[in-house]
Design a protein around this ligand. Sequence first.
Ligand SMILES: *Cc1c(COP(=O)(O)O)cnc(C)c1O
Length: 966
Amino acid sequence: MPTQNQAPLATLEQTDAFIARHIGPSAAEQQAMLKELGVADLDQLITQTVPEDILVKSPINLPDSRTEEEVLTYLKSVAAKNKINTSMIGMGYTDTIVPNVILRNVLENPGWYTAYTPYQPEVSQGRLEAILNFQTMVLDLTGLDLANASLLDESTAAAEAMTLCKRMSKAKKANTFLIDKNVHPQNISVIETRAEPLGYEVIVGDVAELIDQHECFGVLVQYPGTFGDVNDYAELIEKAHDKKALFCAAADIMSLVTLKSPGEMGADVVFGSAQRFGVPMGFGGPHAAFFATRDAYKRSVPGRIIGVSVDSRGNKALRMAMQTREQHIRREKATSNICTAQVLLANMAGFYAVYHGPQGLKTIAGRINRFASILAKGLQSKGVELVNQSWFDTITIKLDNAEAVYSKALEAGINLRNTGDNQLGMTCDECTSRETINTLWDCILGEDHGLNLEQIDAEIAASGENSYAANLARESEILTHPVFNSYHSETEMLRYLKKLENKDISLAHSMIALGSCTMKLNATAEMIPVTWPEFGKLHPFAPMDQAQGYKQLIDELEEQLKAITGFDAVCMQPNSGAQGEYAGLLAIRKYHQANGDGHRNICLIPTSAHGTNPASAALADMKVVLTACDENGNVDVADLRAKAEQHKDDLSCLMITYPSTHGVYEEDIREICQIVHDNGGQVYMDGANLNAQVAVSQPAEIGADVSHMNLHKTFCIPHGGGGPGMGPIGIKAHLAPFVANHPIQQIDGPNPENGAVSAAPWGSASILPISWVYIALMGGTGLRAATENAILNANYLSKKLGEHYPVLYTGRNDRVAHECIIDMRPLKESSGITEEDVAKRLMDFGFHAPTMSFPVAGTLMIEPTESESKAELDRFIEAMAQIREEIGQVEDGDIDAENNPLRNAPHTMADLIGGDWDRPYSFEQGAFPVARLHTSKVWPTVNRIDNVYGDRNLFCSCIPVEDYAE
Ligand SMILES: *Cc1c(COP(=O)(O)O)cnc(C)c1O
């Protein structure tokens, strides 16, 4: 060994190599695990595991790994190519000030952003409370009864509103959805995309006229309108109700602070974007959409809903309510295909309301409105024609020289909305200043306009008049719950955020081995660019010459993803895996139509598929035909062949997950794809398990025509407690013309007339740097090592856990892919202990449970990912082994079948202080089952939650304070 001083520079330079930071096991740990598996090296493990005929022949074509320093410096130079103007484009996206206490302690805090969807509520009470705040805020502002925990964006929420109307309207024969021409164009586009395969007719126009001419099941308006007008819809709503149609309003959340809510006018569905409540525009997202409706329609609400229930001590506790509506249970009959939503951003919006409180929000909304009024009055006094006579924050003007003014404003650093017909829109927001208004006047009126802002302000204030009809001013109170009235100092807010964070398990505590969800490291270097203003402050419809940094980032990420998957093109629009499925199936549908095969509508789906697959197929007007799996968990090729041949005349596609959701590399995957192609179908590959393929095999090369990539699984976007995500799709060249385009920001490649599937052209663009940085840091070699180690960790776990529990499925050489399923059903048979008991008991050990009962009921699916060290895997194995021993004690009758540490799990401080400890085991054994917990313990803050009670007594807003006292 050379001493430090003798080492060549090259070895001294390697200390900051990212690859070894991302991959959990050290070289020595890898060796130990390989030895345990009886293989010499990673190569041998891969050869034993991955089918020969799909293994890549040469390394993927990506640049070498670079250091964090190098990558961030380069990305900074890319980001610098974005030009940050003052945005007044409006159209559902406005600038906002992210309160720094929320920026740092939530958006930039792994305690919040690395958490999983709250399927294990006992260790998720913090973020469940945060979402409940969001729901409560939405109920207050919309004037409705029931709100969900967020949707992907305003436009997809609009499409969900339409389908809710169709399901719930009593105008059963009506097939038409009316959209007012004042609705944002991207909302109209996404609705039209959704309506077409479902066979609904969409008519856009002046709904006040249309309503008399058409039978319809639903009506949609924008409130305030896209050009700024604030209208009273009470009469129109009555007319719609007379026709048994439901009435929907896409609403601006800030305006609702001061305007009468659509709910109070009688609307049935109110939705919109919560972006301007402290979430950066980010060139399109991620942002939380809110969605509220009447209690009567609760079973038809899309997405997750947080509700109040009780725990085993009768204390109030929160959980996800009414999950039986969702795709993982209802599959093709689900109300929606949504899975990943926008929880982190909903939390931020809720916290924005908590921090500012009702009075603070009224001040902000009042200021925005005042700036709009000053701008409008000034222009009016100089004879400028306003298109809208009422407004909250947006005015639209008509000018002969609109193009010249637009350019002048651009030069002055202000983006206006240019509708191209001599009309200019300008939207004020939280960041609007006196200077903005003065500059605008200069641009529109010339610099010698002589307007005095302070004087106009004084006149408006003195008049006491609103910029909208007096009866549209809000009279009802908002945000009266104490949570919105208690944390207005930064100290109080910081502690509130920390208090909630401390209730939850995140990746900052321990591994979250969520099968299929790939909870890997979300490295800090990957997260840093997300909050750079160069990425945050761009409006999605900003002129493209201001977004050259984004363009380069997106182009480069597309190239990276193409190199990894082998596809010819990438569509970056879908905001989640489920949206990717939907977008991909639409492309397949359009492709068949273009070939004169529009009748092809059969979608083959193996029974092991994720619930989003059949739910997405239903949205794309496909008929689901299930194909069987054999006893090894593989697709039953004979059954698949028979069904493909039976439906060969109308076969649209196969949806297949690879490696399978059963955690094995199907040996016959090439043949399976071939069978589908031979029978005229296309292959949709669900890419949720891409973490087992990267740099080892390629979906496009295996035979997939289109596949989504969950960037929030394989490519390091954190789960955020249930979102954000991104689900871009890779496509082969023949499908490329048929993917989504956008009505405002044309995308090169797809046919220009294709509609949108998301509100923004490149989806949630501001989180794309995360995946880009990951790929740049890892390079081709690092990505290969990641996949190898993901497979190594899974096989090590499978082997070690296999000593205690039956592993359900393995492939060739008894190997699993990147995850394994352990079967709890035999133990339930022998002991009565269920997979749920095991999941809850794991909390006592400080672990979040693996995936429960998917894809097979009564099992746990465990995916360690490459980021967990052997030391952490061993701690998990130790916990599982000890749990097995406890199950053994129940089996042997050594401990009571009901009153035991498994059934009573998780153990809480309430158990200790309750003074009622009467159990046949010690508190020590219950709460500190292994010694390491003595020095570091995450306490679940509630006991086991009663699921049934919560659904029977549905309550989905903040708990009244009196109820806590009980
Ligand atoms: C996660 C997942 C999906 C859905 O992806 P979302 O991003 O949550 O919409 C689909 N299929 C499988 C197998 C998954 O694991």
